[in-house]
Design a protein around this ligand. Structure first.
Ligand code: ADP
Length: 426
């Protein structure tokens, strides 16, 4: 009715109004310990086939006592600012202000935002699917803070800040653990005392938002139904995890109770003999905090190489003949290849292998080295495609029984998409 009235008045007004009615702007908040990423997406009547670029992207990086803010709109306009305070809320308020002001502002009013989607790292056993945030969800996130104190505290801070800055806007939670709630008990429960499960000690798995996105994207790119696939998704960024996915459901994953289990990572050890911890506690009287610090911040690529947690620097040092960098690379690949084998075994076979996130998308060296031992599974790379891949394409040889793909991680888009689906359901 309203639309018709305006259509008579002016074509431009009609366009704007129809656009506003049909399209939904969703702001995604992705809070990390050293950075905060935010993206604004506009989604129409139907989801696009390929992930669209964000209308607006903002990032805060905390360094020392201050924060660096960087925003960018779809047209490429950029704006940077520095906030000389370590107060996270102050920097986040400023970042949200840049949505409607400055060089790269894209909104005339905050009220244009239909909903805000938050990435919540740990939804525990209670939450698998995305939900609208209410008092109950907030208290569940608070409760889960015993398992992931830093993340859950930052996420709650973000939710409260949005309540204050964008009064009345609907807020939704998308859980990074949610996708893995389909894991069978025999994959999710640790073989410790049975009482652990009642205390909430079990395998949650992480990176679920991107693993799920990658499974769906693979089905789309290969033109098959998700239900037909046995996939292993390798999310290799600063944090690394694998997921074994059958019929679109997570059946196993390498991260567990915390994001420390599994593969070797930038600064995290991944799985080690728990006897090492009890030995260090007895022998060197190390506290829980010291062990946490050692395993989360001083291990992995950084701990072994003594050079860096960044795979690019490890590869550069390997080229220069650095023996510890070579050892770090070899351990990384050895554990990755073993992990892929274990995931494939848990699926009873493999149809497609996916590489995603910083290392997965950008390092042909890691992909080639990991696949070099997997010929027995039917994995065969095309060396030229592997060397030149820019993402969202296949890199396996035409004779390869297992299709191998490189996929761009699209966590923020995946969150926006899940919010859109939930809001459309009403
Ligand atoms: P996060 O897990 O923090 O989201 P990313 O997915 O962005 O991180 O991955 C970051 C990692 O990606 C870096 O630590 C770096 O090791 C790796 N990386 C990025 N570009 C390259 C590249 N060209 N070659 C090898 N590794 C790369």
């Amino acid at each position: 009715m309203i639309c018709r009235k305006f259509a008579i008045g002016s074509g431009r007004t009609e366009y704007l109004l129809t656009h506003a009615l049909r399209n939904m702007k969703v702001l995604v908040m992705n809070s990390g310990s050293s950075s905060q990423k935010s993206c604004l997406y506009e989604i129409g009547e139907a989801l696009p086939d390929s992930p669209p670029a964000a209308l607006w992207e903002g990032k805060i990086e905390w360094e020392g006592g201050g924060a660096k803010l960087r925003v960018r709109d779809l047209a490429g306009h950029e704006q940077t600012e520095e906030v000389k305070s370590a107060d996270r809320a102050q920097a986040t308020r400023r970042l949200l202000g840049m949505l409607i002001s400055g060089n790269a502002g894209v909104l005339s009013a905050n009220s244009e935002i239909r909903a805000v989607g938050h990435r919540i790292v740990n939804g525990g056993v209670e939450y698998a699917q995305p939900v609208r945030i209410d008092a109950g969800v907030k208290s569940a996130i608070e409760k889960m803070a015993v398992f992931a104190p830093l993340h859950n505290r930052l996420e709650l801070e973000g939710i409260r800040l949005i309540e204050e800055v964008l009064r009345g806007v609907e807020q939704l939670a998308v859980f990074d653990t949610g996708f893995h709630r389909s894991m069978p008990d025999f994959a999710a429960i640790y073989p410790g005392p049975y009482g652990w499960t009642a205390r909430g000690i079990r395998r949650f798995g992480f990176h679920g938002i991107n693993h799920q996105y990658c499974a769906e994207r693979t089905a789309q790119l290969l033109g098959k139904e998700l239900s037909e696939h046995r996939l292993v998704s390798c999310h290799l960024g600063n944090g690394c995890s694998l997921a074994a996915i059958r019929g679109g459901h997570s059946m196993d994953t390498t991260m567990g109770f915390t994001p420390l289990e599994g593969l070797m990572m930038g600064t995290r050890s991944g799985s080690i003999d728990p006897g090492i911890l009890t030995f260090l506690m007895r022998d060197q009287k190390l506290s829980g905090e010291q062990l946490d610090d050692m395993l989360n911040k001083k291990s992995g690529l950084l701990g072994i190489s003594g050079i860096s947690s960044d795979m690019r620097e490890i590869l550069a040092a390997v080229k220069l003949g650095n023996a510890r960098a070579k050892l770090a690379f070899d351990i990384f690949v050895h554990r990755l290849r073993g992990g892929i084998g274990a995931m494939a075994a848990s699926l009873g076979g493999l149809d497609a292998l996916i590489f995603t996130a910083g290392i997965g998308e950008n390092s042909p060296e890691v992909r080639a080295a990991a696949c070099a031992g997997l010929e027995f599974l039917g994995v065969q790379l095309d060396p030229a495609k592997n060397a030149s891949s820019r993402g969202d394409e296949e890199i396996s040889a035409s004779a390869s029984r297992v299709r191998v793909l490189v996929l761009k991680a699209q966590e923020d888009w995946a969150i926006a998409k899940e919010c859109w689906k939930l809001l459309r359901r009403g």
